[in-house]
Structures are given as C-alpha cells and as structure tokens.
Design a protein around this ligand. Sequence first.
Ligand code: HEM
Length: 411
Amino acid sequence: MATLATESISGDAVDPLDMSRPELYRDDVWQAPFRELREKAPVYYTEHSSFGPYWSVSSYKPIVQVESLPDLYSSEAGGITIADLKEGDIKMPMFIAMDRPKHTGQRRTVAPAFTPSEMVRMNENIRTRSAEILDSLPVGQEFDWVDTVSIELTTQMLAILFDFPWEERRLLTYWSDWAGDIEIAKDPVRKEERRTILFECAAYFGNLWQGKIGKEPTPDLISMMIHSDAMAHMDQMEFLGNLILLIVGGNDTTRNSMSAYAWGLEQFPDERAKLEANPGLIPNAVQEIIRWQTPLAHMRRTATQDSELEGQQIRAGDKLALWYLSANRDESVFPNADKIIVDRENARRHLAFGHGIHRCVGARLAELQIGILLEEMAKRRLRVNVLREPERVAACFVHGYKKMPVELSRY
Ligand code: HEM
C-alpha cells in the first residue's frame, strides 16, 4: 500500500497528503502536495480523513484507466463525491451516480438538449443576454465579478435551458449552492436545512413539470424529459434528482470557469495580451482556462471487485477520488502545467469534463457560454483587472471562487 509521510498529532493520524481537507483549496495551497503525489505515489491510500479512508488517484493515466472501466469502478455503489451517503440522507437518484445499463437510457434522454444544432439554436439568446450584462457593467469602478458576471450569466444560461420563470432564476443559484456543498455532510443542523431547501426545489420543479404534461413538446429540457421513453418510466424522485443534477452540474462549474478567466489571465498578463491581440485564439483559450481551473476537483468511484492500479492493490468496496485538478497539472501531458498558455496545443485533452461514459453531457453548452463571454469582451475591448486576491470556496469538490473584486478597463 502506498503511504508517504504520515504524522500523528494527538493520537489521530493526520496525513499531510490527505487532499480532501477543505483548507487546501480555500488557501490555494493544493499544488505542491498534488505534485508530490504525482511524482511519488499517483495512486495513494489515505487511511484517516474526515471522509474516511480513500485512494487518491492523482495523475492523468490512471484516472483515464479508472474511467474506462465503469463496471469495475462504479459511480453508483457509493455516489460521485468523496462524502458517503449516510442513513437518513435524501436519496435522489441521478444518472451521474448510476451504472450501465440504467445510466445509458437516462443520459440519452437529456443528450439531445446539448447537440451542436441545439447550441446553434441557443447561441443568439445567450449572446444577447450576455451582451446586455456586459453593457451594464461600470468601467473604471470596483464590483464583484463572481456575483455580477459569473453567477448572473450562468443562471441566465440555465434558465434558458430549462425555460425557467425568468424573474425567479436566482432560485437556481440558491438551490444549486445548497445541493453542491459536500462539506454540509459534516454538520447535522445545516444538513437538515439543506434537506428542506432541496424539497422546496423539488416541489417547484414538480409544478413546472405538471404545467408541461399533456402539452405539445417545447425545445427545453423539462419538456424533452417528459416526452422521452426513458424518463417517462421514472418515479418523481428520480425525475427531480436528474433535474437537480442538471442545475448543479451546470452551475458551479460554468460559474467558476468564468471567474477563472478573470483571475487566471490576471496571473499571466503576457497570455492575456496574446489573447487580446488575437481573438481567434478564444476557442482554445476557453479549453485552457477550464483545464487550469478544473471547476470540479474530483469525482469518486467505488471498486466493485479487487483490482490492481499502478501496482496498488485496490479491494472491492474501496473508495477512489479521481483528482482531475491534479491530472490537469500533470507535466507529462501538459508541459508548464501551472501556467495558462492560451495557444497550448493540447488544451482540449484536459480531464475537467471527466472521461468515458460519464463525460460531461453539458460540455458544449459550457463551452458556448464561456466562449460567448470572451468574444463579447473582445468586441468591446474590455479587460478585467482583478484588484485583490479572490475569496475561494473551502471544499475539495467544487473548486472555485466566492468573491472577486475587479475593475474593467479598455485596451
Ligand atoms: C458530468 C464537469 C458543465 C451537466 C460531469 C462530470 C464532470 C463535469 C467532471 C463527471 C464526469 C465523470 O464522472 O466522468 C463539468 C465542467 C463544466 C460542466 C467542468 C463547465 C465548465 C455542465 C453543464 C451541464 C452539465 C453546463 C448542464 C447544464 C452534467 C451532467 C453530467 C455531468 C448531467 C452527468 C453525465 C453522466 O453521468 O453521463 N460534468 N460540467 N455540466 N455534467 Fe458537467
């Protein structure tokens, strides 16, 4: 079993390479321990953590290997985050946490909402809305990029996708923030609060759903799900679980990529200048920013049988954290990986969307929205200047920003 320096403080073993500790992400100090893991033990066992024992898979190749064997490394057996489901937790089945064959049918139902032709259809609406936000921003005055731009644009994108009541769209953000926070699992009071809020969300979507039953199909996700075979046979909990998956899946991720655009290019002004001089680089820069940020730091798998991975013996029932955040900094695949290089040749190879049968179904929509933001900024020759260090999310799942003070200038 691979173990590196393990210290003992007051009787409890504290593993300095336990990458589930939220402060590593809050303080932005995860880079060095992941580098150590990739170099010395790309498949590494942490015996004691606040989420129990787990394997850290931290380099590119073994993550691809695990994701290529979905029957051996299950998404369903233990869920998709390092936090275990406990007695009394709400169980909302969602296809991200299902194995074949059930996963296949349910994924197929929502996939048509994300085809290239759907993206063409949504393009104009998303562009118009994004342009309105950018035109309303103050130039030369401080504001919070996260709330004013990243959250607002992401919420609008999701409201368009769901045909959600426009004026109430911030509810999507609110629900998603509660649903996606895995640190809550450690706090019984907040856990109860979360349960209530998610049931409110379920009830709201239940009403929207009822309103569309028996009506002509419309080109939004809810209608698409209602009129599909695979979803027609779902119970209500499953239907709602999948809706919540789509909200949460699209929310923090797209939001934090847009914030990473501002913060990341602030770190690398030479690359920002390159992009400003050549907007043709935008599609590649979008991939590179997603790689650099990796908005979901990990996904979890659970071994269904004994197996061997990079020389380590994995036992049936073991939990594996696939650290995309680390794989995307793997120097053997991405030279100078800590740097944003807007014209990096293989930026598209990043693992931020995962790999294999669960690879992000909404990737095209996220790319469209982030690309539109960069294009509309370029058209207006607008530059984001980050004024102070951003405030980060303290969690090992969602990797992102809470607040980012910025000022816009023109170039
Ligand atoms: C799955 C990342 C945007 C919906 C995933 C997975 C990752 C991911 C890592 C799991 C892959 C795996 O287990 O192998 C991201 C990132 C995004 C993004 C980084 C933005 C930059 C979106 C959007 C939506 C979405 C916009 C929809 C509105 C989903 C769904 C799944 C998923 C439904 C489950 C797919 C399945 O299990 O087959 N995403 N996502 N995501 N994502 Fe995304």
